[in-house]
Design a protein around this ligand. Structure first.
Ligand SMILES: NC(=O)c1ccc[n+]([C@@H]2O[C@H](COP(=O)([O-])OP(=O)(O)OC[C@H]3O[C@@H](n4cnc5c(N)ncnc54)[C@H](O)[C@@H]3O)[C@@H](O)[C@H]2O)c1
Length: 257
């Protein structure tokens, strides 16, 4: 990664204490950005921030006031943020007939509302300042095709793509870009939990679930968080200066349109 690609940029990443968010924070720093590492889990955020010389902030993305406070704290310490990754997300697995309202609300609130609140906070700051910032939201393969056992999660991730497209059209005239990445079967703690749930719900072993993921992937292996992070860096960089409103598949070929 060229260290100058994001030189001088100041980033805020949500859900960056582990998994894809941590890999994004590390890749942004490697590309020259200063990074505010935020997560619900402050200890995890601190670990990643220490690794990259960034700053850590506790942030629950479902809380609008906390989101404003985290941006305030980050900007006080490192100057104006101009690069945002709304990555925090959760999942649960259930067949629709057994899905509870609580499960639906949990997925929709963190995944869809969380992205809305993070993006709104960024553009509320950028519009009056004339900042031509960039946003990359973490959607999913499940934002492109409905995934069985994940109807509620799919709905929340389709919402992320729709929201991002609408926002991109609103702010394009002032030079703000907003895109999504859509990862596939990524090796993280979220996947570990999903493999166990899916095995139980389908009556197969966890190893069979993982083998099924790999079998669906033309590039023939599970995805790594770093596979996603490189594309996120690209989308924030000037190399992607004429891209906005896109939902870019990073799935090893699982989904191709
Ligand atoms: N792992 C996959 O296969 C996969 C595939 C497609 C998309 N995604 C998406 O990528 C993103 C990251 O997933 P991951 O696999 O790294 O998950 P993960 O569970 O390993 O990490 C998610 C991080 O988000 C944090 N988080 C959870 N709720 C939060 C909240 N309310 N506020 C702030 N932080 C919160 C957690 O503490 C954790 O550090 C999510 O949006 C997820 O939906 C993951």
């Amino acid at each position: 990664m060229p260290v100058t690609l994001l030189e001088g940029r100041r980033a805020l990443v949500t859900g960056a204490g582990t998994g894809i968010g941590a890999a994004i924070a590390i890749a942004l720093a490697a590309a020259g950005a200063r990074v505010a590492v935020t997560d619900l889990d402050e200890v995890a955020a601190n670990r990643v921030a220490a690794e990259i010389g960034g700053l850590a902030f506790a942030l629950d993305v479902t809380d609008a006031a906390a989101t404003a406070a985290a941006f305030d704290a980050a900007e006080k310490s490192m100057g104006q943020i101009d690069l945002v990754c709304a990555n925090a997300g959760v999942s649960t697995m259930q067949r629709v007939q057994d899905l509870t309202e609580q499960e639906w609300d949990f997925n929709m609130t963190v995944n869809a509302k969380g992205v809305f609140l993070t993006n709104r906070e960024a553009i509320r700051r950028w519009l009056p300042r004339g900042t031509q910032g960039t946003i990359v939201n973490t959607a999913s393969l499940a934002a492109k095709v409905g995934a069985p056992l994940l109807a509620h999660y799919s709905a929340s991730k389709f919402a992320v793509v729709g929201f991002t497209q609408a926002l991109a059209r609103e702010v394009a005239p002032v030079g703000i870009r907003a895109n999504c990445v859509c990862p596939g079967f990524v090796r993280t703690s979220m996947q570990d939990r999903e493999v166990q749930w899916e095995a139980r719900l389908r009556g197969i072993t966890p190893d069979q679930v993982v083998a099924d993921y790999v079998a669906q992937t033309p590039l023939g292996r599970l995805e790594e968080p770093e596979d996603v992070a490189g594309v996120v860096v690209f989308l924030h960089s000037d190399l992607a200066r004429f891209m906005t409103g896109q939902a870019v598949n990073v799935t090893g070929g699982v989904y191709m349109t």
